[in-house]
Design a protein around this ligand. Structure first.
Ligand code: SAH
Length: 254
């Protein structure tokens, strides 16, 4: 019996070692990918995102492929507070802290499409909030400059954008009413907080042939999403797009 067991153990020793090594490695691989799926994107969220684009965005008439592609790519759930991730792909805005909100996905897509962004464009966003709108725009254009008046929101968005690897976005904490002179003029300007008038510095910083989307109206009124175009001669044309509800463009924080 002893004589029989010894060669058997010898023969089985190597395959068993390989088996245990393989089992240990695949277990660690599963653990690592599970961690990644929690921190980052996952098939589950990707499915929700594709459904969001079909049902809420394309179904309402947005047909610019670059906008639809950006909305499919940017992991919106990473831009909302952790406990709200389950609702990140719903057809509504969500609170992001400090009394501010991340806009409804359809409004983000609509405002982006209005700007007819192109790959060599330089864009300015006023109202960084979570950084989501900047991330969507950054998928299409060359560079996005974005300004936020609430310091902790601006800093958190900057950190988040770095973690999710958006390299063509620069965040600045400050009053976006005055724009960002140093990088002007801009091909497109998007304002994601409502003002009772269109800030003149933003009109000035818009390039000839440039486009702007901005909600106009008071905080307790129905506001109007306006589309503004500056002609090659520098003339301003305005168009009323639809009634919207945005948080107010503030002139100071606290
Ligand atoms: N675009 C954001 C949501 C915007 S909510 C996103 O994708 O998440 C509007 C944001 O505008 C808020 O974060 C608010 O603090 C900011 N804001 C208000 N007034 C501002 C101003 N004067 N300059 C810059 N940001 C401003």
């Amino acid at each position: 019996m002893r004589y029989l067991a010894l060669p058997l153990i010898r023969a089985a020793y190597k395959p068993l070692l390989v088996f245990f090594l393989f089992a240990t490695l695949s277990l660690s691989f599963c653990q690592i990918s599970y961690c990644f799926s929690l921190q980052g994107d996952s098939e589950h969220y990707k499915r929700l995102r594709y459904k969001m684009v079909d049902k809420q965005i394309a179904a309402r008439g947005i047909d610019d492929e670059s906008v639809l592609g950006a909305m499919r790519d940017v992991p919106r759930h990473l831009f909302v507070p952790k406990k709200k991730r389950g609702s990140a792909y719903g057809d509504f805005p969500l609170p992001i802290g400090y009394g501010q909100t991340i806009s409804q996905p359809y409004i983000v897509a609509l405002m982006t499409e209005l700007l007819k962004p192109e790959k060599n464009d330089v864009a300015l966003e006023v109202g960084t909030g979570s950084g989501y709108q900047a991330a969507v725009l950054s998928q299409i254009v060359k560079k996005v400059y974005t300004m936020e008046i609430v310091p902790p929101l601006g800093k958190a968005a900057e950190k988040r954008l770095k973690e999710v690897s958006y390299k063509n976005i620069e965040v600045k904490v400050g009053d976006g009413y005055y724009g960002w002179e140093e990088h002007a003029p801009f091909d497109c300007i998007i304002v994601t907080a409502a003002s009772d008038h269109i800030p003149p510095p933003l009109i000035k910083q818009l390039k000839k042939g440039g486009k702007m989307a901005i909600p106009v109206g008071g905080p307790f009124q129905v506001q109007s999403l306006m589309f503004i175009e500056k002609s090659e001669k520098g003339e301003i044309k305005m168009k009323n797009i639809l009634p919207v509800r945005f948080v107010p463009l503030r002139r100071k924080w606290k």
